[in-house]
Design a protein around this ligand. Structure first.
Ligand SMILES: [Fe+2]
Length: 269
């Protein structure tokens, strides 16, 4: 049996405090074989610098996924994210023009305990406001070449709408082991195993501040929503209590997901 612990949207400097505080307890409870997280907001709410990626590696994370701020720190991390031992991946469905290759690796193969796991990061199309390659077509192209080579395929679907999450999960049912949604920072209460043994959850949620807007202070967010003028830049995120750790725990046996369970821990103040 393969046991996965997946934590999401590790936000700003709070992640260091929360992940380090709660990880020993989570490891003791779940004894995960594989750990995955997202780092799109890890360094001051924008992407991740190499120093922080390596801190996650030291904590035994096998793979980090991205999106919105994937390339916010290219000056710092371009060499690392292009290297074969990078644990940081970026979404697979950017337009990858042969003359203008997008930096970073679009997949991670984790080999451990004689098992081989493929992690794919995809972007949704609905209301994301970016021109991207179709995620349904992209994942089909990937799976046409790879499925038989892996003990498990995990898809992180970074999207805005619940409908697109359900549509992709059903589309991939029986083709991958797990489809989990990310991006809204709010954990959904719909984790389940589809009829074909593929598990899904619409959104895992975030590791950040419980009482916040996307992990940011309200004085950064309320003016933007109140005026719809984007001139009120986000205040530097500082430690905000109480902390929230969202994620999922998943068990996989013979390529079938047999258990998916939400993780939701709120710090006691
Ligand atoms: Fe996002």
């Amino acid at each position: 049996m393969l046991k996965f612990l997946i934590l999401w949207d590790i936000f700003g400097r709070n992640w260091r405090r929360l992940v380090k505080k709660f990880l020993p307890e989570l490891k003791k409870q779940y004894s995960p074989d594989f750990m995955i997280a997202n780092s799109e907001n890890m360094t001051s709410g924008r992407g991740a610098v190499v120093k922080h990626i390596l801190e996650m590696k030291e904590l035994w994370f096998d793979c980090l996924t991205w999106w919105n701020h994937s390339f916010a720190n290219l000056n710092d991390n371009e060499t690392y994210i292009n290297s074969s031992d990078s644990i940081q991946i970026r979404p697979a469905n950017y337009f990858d023009h042969p003359e203008y290759p997008v930096p970073g690796k679009w997949y991670k193969i984790i080999e451990k305990n004689w098992k081989k796991i493929l992690v794919i990061n995809l972007l949704g199309n609905s209301f994301m406001g970016w021109h991207i390659y179709n995620p349904f077509m992209k994942v089909d192209e990937i799976l046409a070449e790879t499925w038989n080579n892996f003990d498990s395929i995990i898809v992180d679907f970074h999207r805005e709408t619940t409908a697109e999450s359900y549509a992709l999960s059903e589309y991939l049912s029986g083709k991958v082991t797990l489809v989990y949604g990310t991006h809204t920072h709010v954990q959904t209460n719909d984790e389940h195993i589809l009829s074909s043994w593929t598990a899904m959850i619409t959104d895992i949620g975030m590791v950040g501040s419980l009482h916040s807007s996307l992990g940011q202070k309200f004085e950064s967010r309320i003016p933007n929503f109140a005026t719809w003028i984007n001139i009120f830049s986000a205040k530097n995120e500082v430690d905000m209590w109480p902390g929230l750790v969202n994620g999922i725990y998943v068990e996989i046996e013979d390529r079938k997901c047999i258990k998916i369970e939400k993780v939701r821990l709120i710090e006691k103040v």
